[in-house]
Write a protein that binds this ligand. Structure first.
Ligand code: CUA
Length: 482
């Protein structure tokens, strides 16, 4: 019996040693999420604070263990010893062992509180021009808004080297936590309660970010990447984020993918936030998607989703889980939960409303969407060439509607995302006094944000890019509907 106990004990000890050794590997400074190999002054001060506290803990550990071993050996029971004299309470001793830890804790608390205070209370004035970013946690991805530059990105953050970045941390749903182990962190992102943190990246490179607060099924898969650039390269990136992508050439996988994206994905994913005004519009649209989801979490076809502007320049997909390439993108679009359990996209988007939950698209359609998304990069600034007009001059308005509009609008009375188009001609003329039905429908297509009917989410993209003739054909088609 005793032997078995010893055996089990040694097994446990072996396991413990193995586990400890493996855990220590996570601490090697060059590990992507190690807090020891730091790349910024804040992470540096946090690492130093940790080492200070660790040193104190080591001293306390050695002192206590040494005293324990000394006493255990010196006063161990010898043959013939009687039961020792029993005491109860010793005021001097008790005061001593209360005061010593209290002093140690005060010693630890001072640099800790100073650190927390200085990192959450805004950037000191002497640190240079501050870059302001709003970081927003969503289940399960990160959104970044650069208010100074009117740029919105998701899951990949770009910052200039050596410049202080001030983050306003928010959450749209549950509590997340913002952490870039090598640069700074971690601070909770709490709904309806903004938190702040600032940091400086002082090494050019790619760094890992991670949600550090359990936030549901895919918490462990809620990551992001941080790219620290030289100031000049950062400004180039800013410039590129304001440069629209070139439109795909006709009859290419990219052009087919663009249509499919418009029909199946564009209600939740904006992919063209490059022009003036697009920043505010995306913020409003994201709110509208959220309101739609929160008002009916089971049936909403809308859900807040990552902005995909210049997605082709990203290095990862699914919040930093996989390297971005055509293959991983196809895998992701086909069956997201294969990569990331519980995505809202798969649960809410109509295109996944199938028996097995996989996308209701053929593999070549998925491949085309992937090609299109990978082609989203800052363009050459070439003029938008829209060639929707077939040679015989007749535009297939029904086809245009099916590809571009049918994902959100039915031809009858049913509401999908936007209103049904049935009977449009009877009501379009009464919407704005002095405006004809024709003009009303035309304007609603090219500048929908000004014409959102009350009760519907303002998520419709502007379709001026279809070209004047196509929009005219579409208006005629819609007004002819019974
Ligand atoms: Cu978000 Cu954990």
């Amino acid at each position: 019996m005793k032997k078995k106990f010893i055996n089990n004990k040694s097994k446990l000890l072996t396991l413990f040693v193995i586990f400890s050794v493996f855990s220590i590997f996570g601490c090697t400074p060059d590990n992507n999420q190690s807090t020891f190999g730091t790349a910024g002054p804040i992470a540096d001060s946090q690492a130093n604070l940790f080492l200070t506290i660790f040193a104190i803990a080591v001293i306390v550990f050695i002192a206590v263990e040494a005293a324990l071993i000394f006493i255990a050996i010196k006063f161990r029971r010898k043959d013939g010893d009687k039961l020792p004299y029993q005491t109860h309470g010793n005021k001097r001793l008790e005061i001593t062992w209360t005061i010593i830890p209290a002093v140690i804790l005060i010693f630890v608390a001072i640099p800790t509180l100073v650190g927390i205070w200085s990192q959450q209370n805004g950037v000191p004035d002497d640190q240079g021009q501050v870059l302001e970013i709003e970081a927003i946690g969503h289940q399960w991805w990160f959104e970044f808004r650069y208010s100074d530059y009117e740029i919105i990105t998701s899951n990949e953050l770009h910052i200039p080297k050596g410049r202080p970045v001030s983050f306003k941390l928010q959450s749209q749903d549950v509590i997340h936590s913002f952490w870039i182990p090598k640069i700074a962190g971690k601070v909770d992102m709490v709904p309806l309660n903004d938190n702040y943190i600032w940091m400086i990246g002082d090494e050019v490179g790619e760094f890992y970010g991670q949600c550090a607060e359990f936030c549901g099924t895919s918490h462990a898969h809620m990551r992001f990447r941080v790219f620290v650039h030289e100031e000049e390269d950062f400004l180039t990136w800013v410039d590129q984020m304001h440069t629209p992508a070139d439109p795909p050439l006709p009859n290419t996988p990219e052009s087919r993918g663009q249509m499919l994206f418009a029909a199946n994905c564009s209600m939740c994913h904006t992919n063209n936030s490059t022009t003036p005004g697009s920043y505010l519009m995306e913020i409003n649209t994201q709110d509208a998607r959220w309101n739609s989801w929160v008002s009916d979490t089971e049936n909403s076809a809308l859900v807040s989703a990552p902005n995909l502007t210049h997605f082709g320049t990203h290095s990862t997909i699914a919040s930093g889980i996989k390297e971005l390439n055509h293959e991983s993108l196809v895998e992701w679009i086909t069956d997201p939960s294969n990569i990331k359990q519980g995505t809202r996209m798969q649960k809410q988007a109509m295109v996944y409303n199938t028996r097995d939950g996989k996308a209701n698209l053929t593999s070549s359609e998925i491949s085309d969407i992937a090609s299109y998304l990978l082609s989203l990069k800052p363009g050459t600034g070439a003029e938008l060439i829209i060639d929707n007009v077939p040679l015989d001059g007749v535009i297939d308005a029904e086809g245009v509607f099916a590809i571009n509009c049918a994902a959100c609008h039915s031809l009858g009375d049913d509401v999908i995302v936007g209103p049904g188009m049935g009977g449009l001609k009877d009501r379009a003329g009464d919407r704005v006094s002095g405006q004809s039905a024709y003009d009303y429908v035309y304007e609603s297509i090219v500048e929908p944000q000004a014409y959102i009917v009350e009760g519907y989410p303002p998520v419709m993209p502007a379709w001026a890019s279809l070209g004047d003739e196509t929009v005219n054909a579409l208006v005629e088609y819609l007004l002819a509907l019974e």
